[in-house]
Design a binder for this molecule. Sequence first.
Ligand code: SF4
Length: 283
Amino acid sequence: MDVTLTLMCNNRCSICARRDYLSMIACRSKKDMARAVRAARHHSDNIVLSGGEATLLKNLKDVVLLCRALKFTHIGLISNGRLLKNMPFAVELADSGIDDFAISLHSFDEEVHDEMTRRPGSARESKKGVRNLLKLSEQRAISFRINLVLAKANAETIPCTIRRLSHWGVNNFILAEQIILAGKNQNTLSLEEIRMRLEAVNDIALEEGVTIRLRGFAPCLMPGKIKKFLSHEPHNVNTFEKPGAKKNAYLRSFQNIFTKTDECRGCHHNATCPGLQKGYLHI
Ligand code: SF4
């Protein structure tokens, strides 16, 4: 279960949907965080601490120690990895109890990454964080993966990003569909471009022998034949409901970004698929 500890962030990603979607459920105080973590324990054995950027929180270690005291089986962290460039800090988090790190990197190409984060120098810091976690994972039982989002700005560099990181030793990736916020008129990939990019990712997974989970893409956008190392999962909305937050309103607003098309009528995924994002169809 994912607990959104904060909306504070040191990046300003052009593709970030969390500020809009999670402002209803994000924690606002230390008390709020402790309450959310305790309550999450009733729902799950595993917890994922996310943001915003949770590593900016001065009390993150205390939150992790609380998770440990509550005996969560696994404690995960989703981070942009910038502050993990500092190895003692990465060690401190692992020592506190985080055993599953997911680092969001938009591209191995630093210019592309920095343009997307709108924070010059962020790529270099995130890559240093990745290096540190790879080193750490050689000495400790921590799992590690890279989170990527497929967007217009990084689409061309995704295969190269996976290849370069695989050569560093990363063997686990999630490639998620971009959440296209209504009314934002974002410069999005066409459906054809998405299909083409996912085919390329399918090939790179096989070539490099890395595991890539494709998250959120409608089944009709998926590669013709999913090869051994590629798998598919729906958008993950298993976020913790902060007391007093309107999670149902949040889920409704999330569902509202999808729509069905004429093709959906005869599709055997119709009952389980939310449809295509309206943003692709410019509606
Ligand atoms: S239901 Fe519609 S959007 Fe979903 S896979 Fe089928 S055709 Fe694609």
